[in-house]
Write a protein that binds this ligand. Structure first.
Ligand SMILES: NC(=O)c1ccc[n+]([C@@H]2O[C@H](COP(=O)([O-])OP(=O)(O)OC[C@H]3O[C@@H](n4cnc5c(N)ncnc54)[C@H](O)[C@@H]3O)[C@@H](O)[C@H]2O)c1
Length: 246
């Protein structure tokens, strides 16, 4: 599928681009003529999935939770391509446990990757977007961030935090030609494959469309929010979830 939005001349950075939703989003941005920075902390998988760098792809090994790694990464992008126009904060992890069994490591890791990671990328990119007078930030939240889930208090806190963060940044940056929105996906990826089969069957039964999406089905929503045409849309959370959040 080729997107009908044209991203030629735009630099798009997608975190968590080595697999799953991030890989599918980056694939589609490449198809829509963007210069795409594929960022992930899994360097080996990143290289395997994106063997060819060139005029339209730049591989960036970074840990979104590490502010310095993000700062250096964004500088490298701007040095290479002159701008950073779109940031998709998609990298994510899950470390599930009921709250009374949750370790500090499980709590801290999930909050660090999702909340601090989203903050790190946004803080590093916004000054460049302000200079350019254009920017699109798209964060990835979750149904769980709005409704909670057993075994995922850390993930729910992180994804709920991302919603408040999205709206605050949307208000702060609106005057500068920058929008900040979020999607709430539901797609069959490694993260979903890790869910025990009985639990997965239960989850699938709650989706009005009766299935998880292919990760590529997230691309149209993200491309729309990233487009020039979506200039007057900011601070929204767009569910791309087969109706599960109705
Ligand atoms: N799959 C779904 O149905 C679903 C539902 C709701 C929300 N989400 C969210 O969508 C996003 C993508 O999920 P997915 O299902 O594609 O996951 P995935 O596990 O398939 O891919 C996540 C990617 O993020 C990378 N990553 C993890 N921590 C990182 C870090 N610190 N720095 C850089 N990269 C890091 C991983 O290496 C991996 O490549 C996540 O934020 C997830 O929470 C997914």
């Amino acid at each position: 599928m080729t997107l009908s939005f044209d991203f030629s001349g735009r630099t798009v950075l997608v975190t968590g681009a080595a697999q799953g939703i991030g890989k599918a989003l980056a694939d589609h941005f490449v198809g829509a003529a963007a210069r795409v920075v594929v960022a992930d902390r899994d360097a080996e998988l990143l290289k395997q999935q994106w063997p060819d760098e060139g005029e339209s792809v730049l591989r960036l090994e970074l840990d979104v939770a590490d502010a310095e790694s993000v700062r250096v990464g964004i500088e490298q992008v701007v040095r290479t391509w002159g701008s950073i126009d779109v940031v998709v904060n998609n990298a994510g992890v899950a470390r599930d446990a009921v709250v009374w069994k949750m370790t500090d490591e499980q709590w801290d890791t999930v909050l660090a990757v999702h909340v601090t990671g989203t903050f790190n990328l946004t803080r590093a990119a916004v000054p460049h977007m302000r200079t350019a007078g254009f920017g699109r930030i798209i964060n990835v939240t979750s149904y769980t961030g709005m409704h909670g889930n057993i075994g995922q208090s850390n993930y729910a806190a992180a994804k709920g935090g991302i919603i408040g963060f999205t709206k605050s940044v949307a208000k702060e940056t609106a005057r500068f030609g920058i929008t900040c929105n979020a999607i709430s996906p539901n797609a069959a990826t490694a993260m979903v494959a890790a869910v025990p089969p009985e639990k997965l069957a239960e989850m699938t039964a709650t989706v009005p469309m009766g299935r998880f999406a292919d990760p590529s089905e997230m691309a149209a929503a993200v491309a729309f929010l990233a487009s020039d045409e979506a200039a007057y849309i900011t601070g929204v959370v767009l569910p791309v979830d087969g109706g599960v959040s109705m």
